[in-house]
Write a protein that binds this ligand. Structure first.
Ligand SMILES: Nc1ncnc2c1ncn2[C@@H]1O[C@H](COP(=O)(O)OP(=O)(O)O)[C@@H](O)[C@H]1O
Ligand SMILES: [Mg+2]
Length: 255
């Protein structure tokens, strides 16, 4: 079992888009929605529709951790809590003998959670403690760059609680492809990341591109949609997976 948490304390960083795209390209993946401020039904419905037409999409399974309903319908299940997801994964792995890679798409973060012990039972904290990989998508505006400080506090706090250094991987997301435009701001991001030893700066950059919106509107990752699967966006997602040393889905992904 590997648990991959997509984390940021800000909204609009690209967590949901990144989570969906990673789940679409990682082998034997499970996409777990843990953001109770977002309704992902559209994606469930889209993928269900595609599933009927395209059997090669069967192995992208999704769970929603925010609803009490437990309903297994093909690739889509609804499960209540993180513990339930972990138990589900354990059972599935036992039955199939194959490792499952779960991608957790998380939601907003309450600032109080940074400093108060009582919040350690909350799902974000639980995920940070249990994650094999933490991935932080981040843009390069000042406000985004400054959010790293708060995230470092959270990570340091939980590290000292569990007695082991927790490291999060930072991946620049929604970055304008023209380096002339991003130059100084990008450098500011690198400088800020290097201030904290709880961050590992990844080499991969995910650019701002309409491909991500285009494929999401079809309920697909960029590696799956016909229009986007041989694009730069698709290569960037695959590069990220390689950089994290996670297994790519083999064969011809997509429809
Ligand atoms: N790489 C990208 N290129 C273009 N648009 C993107 C990209 N990543 C995210 N977006 C868009 O940015 C917005 C916020 O993304 P989302 O994944 O919902 O963020 P979060 O889950 O962190 O709140 C959405 O409108 C999404 O379509
Ligand atoms: Mg989201």
């Amino acid at each position: 079992m590997s648990n991959i948490m997509i984390f940021s304390i800000k909204g609009g960083e690209g967590k949901t888009v990144l989570s969906t795209n990673l789940a679409a390209a990682i082998d034997n993946s499970l996409l777990a929605f843990c953001d109770n401020t977002a309704d992902m039904d559209f994606l469930f419905q889209k993928r269900n529709g595609f599933k009927l037409k395209h059997p090669d999409l069967f192995d992208l399974r999704m769970v929603e951790t925010t609803t009490k309903e437990t309903k297994k319908s093909g690739e889509i299940i609804h499960i209540d809590l993180i513990d339930d997801v972990i138990n589900y994964v354990k059972n599935e792995e036992k039955e199939t003998g194959k490792e499952i890679h779960t991608i957790y798409d998380t939601g907003g973060y309450n600032a109080d959670e940074v400093i108060e012990d009582k919040y350690l039972e909350y799902s974000h904290h639980k995920l940070i403690m249990n994650a094999d990989y933490i991935v932080i998508p981040i843009g390069i505006t000042d406000i985004e760059i400054q959010s790293l400080k708060t995230m470092s506090k959270i990570l340091e706090r939980i590290s000292s609680k569990v007695g082991r250094k927790i490291i999060a991987n930072v991946v620049p997301c929604r970055i304008h492809p023209n380096a002339k435009i991003t130059g100084q701001s990008f450098q500011n991001l690198l400088n800020e990341v290097s201030k904290y030893d709880c961050f590992n700066m990844l080499e991969t950059i995910i650019n701002e591109h309409s491909n991500f919106k285009k494929s999401m509107s079809l309920g697909l990752g960029v590696v799956e949609a016909k229009q986007t699967r041989s694009s730069k966006s698709s290569r960037q997602i695959k590069n990220l997976i390689r950089e994290l040393d996670l297994p790519l889905r083999s064969g011809n992904i997509g429809v």
